[in-house]
Ligand binder design. Structure first.
Ligand SMILES: C[S@@+](CC[C@H](N)C(=O)[O-])C[C@H]1O[C@@H](n2cnc3c(N)ncnc32)[C@H](O)[C@@H]1O
Length: 368
């Protein structure tokens, strides 16, 4: 079976590497990594991949130029092998630079073709759709169509620990990618001086303690008839055993905003890590760590409005000072401010273009 682990632009290489760590060979492509495995392998991918948005099962790919071709393309899939009689199978879609550009027409033709196929195979006209959900997607890019089923259900950034939204939190999947892209190694001190609701700290703690990001959540594929439930249970139990909270080490943070810190405390507890990550209220001007070579990893405030830009310039200057007060340390920052290094009075030793939502950013590493 073929799958795509879809990801944000710029994270494809990390996803490919993560799959390799799971023993799955993958090929990177724009927006994700493609790999072959069985349903148990797909479950493992859902459970462990921390920078991926969704794991999609590819049912068919090919060129389509007309609605009739799309109908035939969809109808040729053996839907009866995947969808039980009571399956709920909503269809979503996306069309880019193609002859067929009406998303709603493509969705309804896809739905019609699936129903037509199932009608013949199941010899019934009535599909109650009151069973498990199989989200179907039809995407057509440059006339190349791809039909997929979403094995994940809720997007994989939903780990289950963040139920409150603070000011501008970073997505869990992007936070996990920044942890992986930083020079920090588990065991070394990691400090976020603008920790907000704690996403970077929690994702780092997950990595250090071998905590599968999906350990405490369910996936759509677990309810599917084609999934072997007992092998999923076994893989989940195995993941539970690998979780070693004692190996989290020194992961700390601070923030100036008490409301964000209150959410941060709740998130840490909900992530199952109470007492394992320390956070306190502090202006970043006052950050001084006894450990001289920590890794600072942070997502400082930035924005497009003039007031935001002035604030972000002032914060960059303070972050630069903080770095100089800690010789031997590293400062890893995601920022949309092209003048960050100028304000911080320090040059990046590495940089990478990434997107925080739709905002184009750079992830830069500076050395103290
Ligand atoms: C973009 S948010 C960080 C979001 C965080 N990564 C999360 O997951 O919630 C920026 C944070 O910087 C904090 N901040 C702004 N000025 C600060 C200062 N002078 N000292 C410490 N924290 C500050 C804000 O309170 C806010 O929580």
């Amino acid at each position: 079976m073929e799958f795509i682990a879809s990801s944000a632009f710029g994270l494809e290489g990390i996803v490919k590497k993560e799959l390799a760590d799971l023993g799955i060979n993958a090929v990177g492509e724009q927006g994700g990594a493609r790999f072959s495995t069985d349903m148990a392998g797909a479950f493992k991918a859902n459970l462990w991949l921390d920078c991926t948005d969704r794991v999609l099962l590819i049912l068919k790919e090919g060129k389509v130029f007309s609605f009739q071709e799309l109908f035939d393309f969809v109808q040729s899939v053996s839907w009866e092998d995947v969808l039980p009689r009571n399956a709920s199978f909503p269809v979503n879609g996306n069309c880019v630079r193609s002859k067929l550009m009406s998303v709603s027409d493509c969705q309804s033709i896809t739905k019609k073709a699936i129903v037509e196929r199932l009608r013949r195979k199941y010899r019934t006209d009535w599909f109650p759709e009151n069973g498990s959900k199989y989200q179907v997607s039809i995407t057509i890019h440059n006339d190349s169509a791809r039909l997929t089923l979403d094995t994940s259900g809720e997007a994989l950034n939903r780990r289950g620990y963040r139920t409150w939204v603070g000011e501008a939190p970073i997505r869990e999947t992007l936070a996990a990618a920044l942890v992986r892209l930083s020079p920090w190694q588990p065991g070394q001190t990691l400090y976020d001086p603008c920790c907000g609701t704690g996403t970077l700290l929690i994702e780092a703690a997950f990595l250090a303690s071998h905590r599968a990001p999906g350990l405490k959540r369910a996936f759509a594929m677990e309810d599917w008839a084609i999934t072997d439930q007992s092998s999923c249970r076994e893989i989940r139990n195995e993941a539970q055993k690998r979780f070693t909270p004692d190996s989290i080490g020194s992961i700390f943070g601070s923030d100036i905003d008490p409301d964000a810190l209150a959410l941060c405390g709740k998130h840490i507890a909900q992530a199952g890590l109470p007492g394992l990550i320390q956070v306190k209220r502090m202006d970043l001007r006052d950050v001084r760590l006894p450990d001289h070579s920590p890794c600072f990893l942070t997502n400082p405030p930035y924005g497009e409005r003039l007031g935001d830009r002035k604030k972000s310039a002032a914060i960059a200057a303070v972050l630069g000072d903080m770095l100089r007060k800690h010789p031997g340390s590293a400062l890893c920052v995601i920022t949309a401010d092209p003048a960050f290094e100028q304000h911080a009075k320090s040059r990046a030793v590495s940089r990478r273009r990434l997107y925080n939502g739709r905002l184009e950013c750079e992830f830069i590493v500076l050395r103290g």
